[in-house]
Write a protein that binds this ligand. Structure first.
Ligand SMILES: NC(=O)c1ccc[n+]([C@@H]2O[C@H](COP(=O)([O-])OP(=O)(O)OC[C@H]3O[C@@H](n4cnc5c(N)ncnc54)[C@H](O)[C@@H]3O)[C@@H](O)[C@H]2O)c1
Length: 156
């Protein structure tokens, strides 16, 4: 099985790429290198591109079976100062990626969300049934995409 690790030149994505390869999966990394590093993708096939670029994505998605999505802006403080940047990448860009994957017939899509979707939890430890009440634009952008995935999962 071939997996497209989107954001695979970043911190978490590059670890995921290695773990997947160790488990025998074929890995292709897709990354625009905005905060990622070329050296973290060394030894993997790297396709440089943006998640919002559906023309660039199309031929890559045609040869993979699943997508793991780690590409995002991920700083809480920055998201408060510049929410537009966060909604553009984490919501608008992510939806373009999701729609491209759907159009390519991919039905396995794994999303790296964030504990920021829970805001200030009333109880620790956080579980998946903890109410999702984000308190900053970063968390809101992540929750939006969780909700989009739930809707797409039900519908498609
Ligand atoms: N680091 C953490 O502690 C943490 C915790 C919870 C969730 N997350 C989530 O995990 C994911 C990865 O976070 P990270 O810490 O590895 O960040 P990171 O910045 O190291 O990695 C993100 C990668 O995505 C790429 N990218 C960003 N926007 C892109 C775009 N538009 N098109 C293509 N590539 C793009 C970057 O170049 C980078 O390689 C994010 O979704 C983040 O919200 C991170």
């Amino acid at each position: 099985m071939a997996i497209l690790v989107v954001g695979g030149a970043g911190y978490i994505g590059s670890h995921a790429a290695r773990a997947l390869r160790r488990s025998g999966y074929e890995v292709v990394i897709y990354d625009n290198l905005s905060t990622g590093f070329l050296r973290l993708a060394r030894g993997f096939e790297l396709v440089e591109g943006d998640i919002a670029d559906d023309v660039r994505l199309r031929p890559v998605l045609a040869r993979v079976d699943a997508v793991m999505h780690f590409a995002a802006h991920a700083y809480v403080r920055e998201s408060v100062v510049d929410p537009r940047k966060y909604f553009r990448n984490n919501v608008v860009g992510a939806l373009r990626l999701l729609n491209s994957a759907l159009d390519a017939g991919i039905r396995r899509f794994v999303f790296s969300s964030s504990c920021a979707v829970y805001g200030v939890p009333g109880q620790i430890p956080i579980t998946e049934s903890t109410p999702r009440e984000p308190v900053n634009p970063y968390g809101v952008s992540k929750l939006f995409f969780e909700n989009a995935l739930e809707a797409y999962g039900r519908a498609y």
